[in-house]
Design a protein around this ligand. Structure first.
Ligand code: NAD
Length: 318
C-alpha cells in the first residue's frame, strides 16, 4: 500500500495536488528547483529535500513537470541513484507521471524503468488550478490494471473523476487530444466573439446566448466569464504549456494521417501567439492575440460599418 510519496514539481498544479496528498494523510517529500515553492511546501507541513535524500524512503514518486524533456531527465536520475534495498519484488517503487508528457516518450520510459524493477504509470490531469485546489481533477491513467488499482487511493486524494484509459501512454494520448479540442473551442470562440463585437453585439451577451445554445463549450462556460470578459487572464495555465500540448497533438494527427489541416492550423495560431505575447502569458490571452490579428486584417472598428452594410446588402450571398 502506498503511504509515502516523493512529489517533484511544486508548481501551479503540483503544489495544490501535493497539499491534498498531505491532507489525506500521505507522507509527502516535495522537491522543486524553485526555492520559494519548497519553502511554501515546508510551511504547510510537507517534508522536503533533494530527491537523493528521500529516494529510498518513498513507495512512489509523482512527477508534475513542464515537459517530457524534464520528466526524462528526472527518470534517468532515479534510475541512476535508486537502490531498492528496503523494497521487495512484490512492492517495487512506483513512478506516476502526472505531467502532460509526450506519449512516445512515456512508452520509452516504461522500457527504461523495467530494467530497474520500478513500475510506471501515466496519469495526466484536466481541470486546471481550480480543481487541483479542490481535489476534483479529472485523472486519465495509462498502465496495467493491477498498477491502477494499487494507485487508486493515491489518485483519489487529488481527483474525483478517475479513469483507467488503457495501456501505458494512453493517458498522455487522451490528454494531448483533449487539449487540442479545448484549444480549438477557445480559438473558435475568440474569433466568433470578435466578429460579433464588430457588429456591435456585446461579448457578454453573445457568451450568454452560446451558453444556452449548441455553441457552448468549456471556453464559453468557464474561460470567457472567468478570465477573458473580466480581463484578468489568470487561469493559471500558461500559453507555452498549451502550445506544447498542441505540438504533441499535431504530431500525433500527422503521424497517423488521421485528420485534415485543422490541428496544424490551430497549433500555428497558438505558436504565433506564444512568440508574440509575453513569456509567461496565460493561455486565455490568446483572445488578445486574436484581437490583434483581426485588427491587422481590417476587422476593426473602422471596417465595422462596412461589415454591417455588407450584411444589409442583399447582393452579398452569405
Ligand atoms: P508550472 O510551471 O507552474 O510548474 C512546474 C514546476 O516544475 C515549477 O515549479 C518548476 O520550478 C518545476 N521544475 C522544473 N524543472 C524541474 C526539475 N528539474 N526538478 C524539479 N522541479 C522542476 O506548471 P504547471 O502549470 O503546474 O503544469 C505542470 C504540468 O501539468 C505541465 O505538464 C502542464 O502541461 C500540466 N497541466 C497544467 C495545467 C494548468 O492548468 N496549469 C492543467 C493540466 C495539466
Amino acid at each position: 500500500m502506498i503511504q509515502t510519496v516523493g512529489f517533484i514539481g511544486l508548481g501551479k498544479m503540483g503544489m495544490p495536488m501535493a497539499k491534498n496528498l498531505l491532507n489525506s494523510g500521505f507522507g509527502v517529500f516535495g522537491t522543486d528547483v524553485n526555492e520559494t515553492a519548497v519553502s511554501e511546501f515546508v510551511s504547510i507541513g510537507g517534508k522536503t529535500g533533494n530527491m537523493l535524500e528521500w529516494l529510498n524512503k518513498v513507495d512512489s514518486i509523482i512527477l508534475m513537470l513542464p515537459s517530457s524533456k524534464i520528466v526524462n531527465q528526472v527518470i534517468d536520475e532515479v534510475i541512476e541513484h535508486y537502490t531498492p534495498e528496503h523494497q521487495s519484488n512484490e512492492n517495487p517503487l512506483i513512478i506516476i507521471d502526472m505531467s502532460s508528457s509526450y506519449p512516445a516518450e512515456t512508452r520509452k520510459n516504461l522500457l527504461k524503468l523495467g530494467g530497474s524493477n520500478i513500475q510506471f504509470m501515466d496519469a495526466p490531469v484536466s481541470g486546471g488550478v481550480k480543481k487541483a485546489i479542490s481535489g476534483t481533477l479529472t485523472i486519465m491513467a495509462g498502465g496495467s490494471a493491477d498498477l491502477f488499482s494499487k494507485c487508486k487511493r493515491l489518485l483519489e486524494a487529488m481527483g474525483s473523476n478517475i479513469f483507467h484509459v488503457g495501456p501505458i501512454g494512453s493517458g498522455h494520448l487522451i490528454k494531448a487530444i483533449n487539449n487540442y479540442l479545448s484549444a480549438t473551442h477557445l480559438l473558435a470562440s475568440c474569433e466568433a466573439v470578435q466578429l460579433l463585437q464588430s457588429f456591435e453585439v456585446d461579448p457578454a451577451t453573445a457568451i450568454n446566448v452560446f451558453n444556452q445554445s449548441t455553441g457552448r463549450s468549456g471556453s464559453t462556460e468557464y474561460k470567457f466569464p472567468s478570465f477573458i470578459l473580466t480581463e484578468s487572464y489568470d487561469s493559471g495555465f500558461n500559453l507555452e504549456l498549451l502550445r506544447k500540448d498542441l505540438e504533441m497533438a499535431t504530431r500525433l494527427f500527422s503521424d497517423s494521417e488521421a485528420a485534415t489541416k485543422l490541428p496544424q492550423f490551430i497549433f500555428e495560431k497558438f505558436d504565433e501567439a506564444s512568440r508574440s505575447l509575453a513569456q509567461n502569458a496565460d493561455h486565455t490571452e490568446i483572445y488578445q492575440y486574436v484581437t490583434s490579428y483581426l485588427f491587422q486584417r481590417g476587422i476593426s472598428n473602422e471596417k465595422d460599418s462596412k461589415a454591417i452594410s455588407n450584411c444589409n446588402d442583399t447582393s452579398v450571398s452569405i
